[in-house]
Design a protein around this ligand. Structure first.
Ligand code: ADP
Length: 484
């Protein structure tokens, strides 16, 4: 079982990928990859030792001169091929995620499509890297501004979107001409291995993409950040780990992009169309089973629509079919692990102890890491569940009376990733513009798009991914002064 993983007709090797070669780690150690819907072991993945991490950095460093000098059109066409293969193999991509992450089939399929699109988008951006020319105001020189790939980029990704977080980093890095080392979450290395396998089949030269899974992760990452060849760190994960990585990056002044935690407010204004608000709120909360940094976490609902909103949202949540993602009819899958599921259950118990009431859900599944779609009312602003990123299928509703009060409560957070506003369009836009967040969805529940800049303010991170900005995160600006 442990040597290969069969998904439909694709065979995956649960190994490291270094310098164009799939290999076991130098120590021979392995760790289990578990299906959270039943606790079974799917594969034993290779542990990367310090020797392996060094080898990955060195391979990426050796590949950099040739890759950065490769014509943009050639880089673009490799990325385009990756988009084509992933589009053809969408069911394989989906199934791997379902099995190691536990998410439902529809959630995994939506992620597979979203993840795949980053290759098409950045294939198009690779040939459009901007530059600038101007005559200096004094007329003495030509000012020529160009952008160059930064160098070796370390990409660290979380388990909640194992595909999209990898492609959202790999695609712009490769488009820019950087070489890469991908470090996926240890819960979901198979999705990463599959993406790397697709890039290999697309024609990425050896050393340009490397895959490592060190355990323990902290010392291995610190060691790589101390290596003189590593010039870029792109991280998606918790604010806590992000802060530590910023500190480690300071020693060598490494260029960082940080996509960190969120605590997204969702505001339902008086006069909101409840058909739109309930549908949008359902998507904003339940996409990916609530395990998303963009997931609506704090529901501020105006008292004039509160009861109707709660009633209709409860109906939607209670009707969800919960169960293993391999049964494609299930709408809510498992959480990634029993540990994560128990964190969600503890948050709900604490909320109840602090005065909230459960309207629906509030129970663990009998088997596997399942938790019912849950709705809580009478949640207090500032209570534990309101101030914590839930990362699970729990809707926690706070009632409000004045719009200004909702805005100030929504802004009362150290996070500033995303917000959702439902209401009459003009008022909703005005409210959205007063929110200190990087992204605002107006009368809709899904905001992510490869063509839009993804990122947050405050402690939600630094930099943007996707869009025309995403590639700039992997480029260094150079200015040439040429005498007229
Ligand atoms: P999450 O709670 O979403 O898993 P984490 O921040 O714990 O977020 O993990 C995100 C990624 O960061 C994973 O790939 C994880 O292995 C990695 N990671 C966790 N701790 C460290 C650390 N000390 N140094 C570097 N990477 C880490």
């Amino acid at each position: 079982m442990t040597d290969t993983v069969h998904v439909t007709d694709v065979v995956l090797f649960p190994n490291l990928y270094i310098d164009g070669e799939w290999r076991p780690g130098s120590t021979g150690d392995r760790f289990p990859v578990v299906d959270p819907s039943d606790g079974s072991t799917i594969a034993e993945f290779a542990v990367a030792s310090e020797v392996d991490c060094d080898a990955a950095v060195e391979a990426a460093a050796a590949a950099f001169p040739a890759w950065s000098a490769t014509a943009p059109r050639v880089r673009s066409e490799i990325l385009r091929r990756a988009w084509e293969i992933l589009t053809d193999e969408v069911d394989v991509f989906t199934e791997i995620m379902v099995r190691e992450n536990g998410k439902s089939w529809p959630d995994a399929k939506a992620e597979a499509s979203y993840a795949t699109e980053f290759f098409r988008w950045f294939a198009e951006e690779a040939v459009r890297i901007p530059g600038e020319y101007r005559l200096s105001p004094a007329g003495d020189k030509h000012i020529i501004v160009t952008h160059h790939p930064i160098g070796v980029a370390l990409l660290i990704t979380p388990w909640n979107f194992p595909a999209a977080m990898a492609t959202r980093k790999l695609a712009p890095a490769l488009a820019a001409g950087c070489t890469t080392i991908l470090k996926p979450a240890s819960e979901t290395p198979l999705t990463a291995a599959y993406v790397v396998d697709v890039l290999e089949r697309s024609g990425v030269p050896k050393g340009v993409v490397n895959l490592i899974t060190p355990k323990p992760v902290g010392p291995a990452v610190s060691r790589m950040l101390a290596h003189p060849a590593v010039r870029k760190l792109s991280f998606t994960g918790s604010t806590e780990v992000g802060r530590d990585l910023l500190k480690s990056s300071a020693d060598r002044v490494i260029n960082t992009s940080m996509e960190l935690g969120g605590n997204a407010p969702l505001i339902v204004l008086p006069g909101a169309d409840l058909d739109i608000a309930v549908e949008g709120a359902f998507l904003a909360k339940m996409r990916n089973g609530g395990s998303a940094c963009t997931s609506a976490n704090r529901f501020y609902v105006h008292e004039s629509v509160h009861d109707a909103f709660v009633e209709r949202m409860t109906e939607r949540l209670a009707a969800m079919s919960v169960g293993p993602g391999l049964d494609r009819r299930n709408q809510l899958g498992a959480l990634v692990s029993v540990k994560e599921r128990d964190k969600v259950a503890d948050l709900v118990d604490t909320a109840v102890a602090e005065g909230a009431r459960i309207v629906t859900g509030g129970a663990k599944g009998e088997r596997g890491a399942f938790y019912a779609a849950t709705l809580l009312i009478d949640v207090a602003h500032g209570s534990t569940i309101n101030a914590t990123e839930i990362f699970g299928p729990v809707t926690a509703v706070v009632r409000f009376a004045e719009v200004d009060e909702a805005v100030s409560k929504a802004n009362d957070s150290e996070f500033g990733l995303v917000a959702y506003v439902f209401g009459e369009e003009r008022q909703a836009i005005q409210v959205g513009q007063r929110l200190d967040v990087g992204m605002v969805a107006i009368n809709r529940g899904v905001i992510s798009d490869p063509a839009a800049p993804f990122g947050g303010t405050k402690q939600s991170g630094l930099g943007r991914e996707g869009s025309t900005e995403g590639i700039l995160e992997f480029l260094e600006t150079q200015y040439l002064a040429v005498t007229v």
